[in-house]
Design a protein around this ligand. Structure first.
Ligand code: HEC
Length: 163
């Protein structure tokens, strides 16, 4: 008997989880803020995720944190930041694939170079390596016609993380 009850419950749950036919016009999200057809909802979500500018705001913050991590010789935090820079760049390039060609040297050379230095845990090497890393940011900005966004090493800390 128990076995049948379980099977019946599983069946109900399964049906409940299936997308319904009327799905394309019903609202979704908390308080149903996503409305319209499925295409309209996807467009809205894509718009909310943003393009490369949002990626850059995140990368810029993490670039700054990476710098202070190196200054503090907090290599665990440096590794954390570089990993998240890679992730943010990869996600950003998925949304804006036209930027990928300009980002190639940054992704294939500049990032592995700074990763190696972080692994070596050498502050002197880091100071030099970070200059090259910064140049790689600016090289892509130049290629993308954004030379007015000139990156320089940060002067101030952005977060309360200290070591
Ligand atoms: C694709 C190559 C590329 C690389 C690599 C790159 N950027 Fe950018 N960056 C851009 C583009 C394109 C924009 C303009 C984005 C827009 O407005 O849509 C930008 C904009 C920015 C902005 C302005 C963001 C805003 O809207 O306020 C900052 C800050 C920035 N980048 C920092 C950096 C830093 C720091 C690095 C290196 C760690 C870096 N970028 C590496 C392409 C790149």
């Amino acid at each position: 008997m128990k076995k049948y009850l379980f099977a019946a419950a599983a069946l109900v749950l399964f049906q409940y989880c299936q997308p319904s036919q009327t799905d394309s016009t019903s609202s979704h999200g908390e308080d149903g803020w996503l409305s319209g057809t499925n295409d309209e909802k996807f467009d809205e979500i894509a718009h909310q995720l943003g393009g490369f500018s949002k990626t850059m705001v995140e990368v810029s913050y993490r670039y700054s944190e990476l710098y202070w991590a190196g200054m503090d010789e907090n290599w665990g935090y440096a590794e954390h930041q570089i990993e998240h820079i890679i992730e943010a760049m990869e996600d950003g390039l998925k949304r804006r694939p036209v930027r990928a060609a300009s980002a190639e040297a940054f992704m294939e050379e500049a990032i592995p170079a700074i990763e190696e230095i972080i692994e070596a845990k050498d502050k002197e090497m880091f100071i030099k390596g970070f200059q090259a890393f910064t140049s790689a940011c600016n090289a892509c900005h130049a290629k993308e016609g954004e030379s007015y966004i000139m990156i320089q090493e940060p002067l101030n800390r952005l977060s309360p993380v200290r070591f």
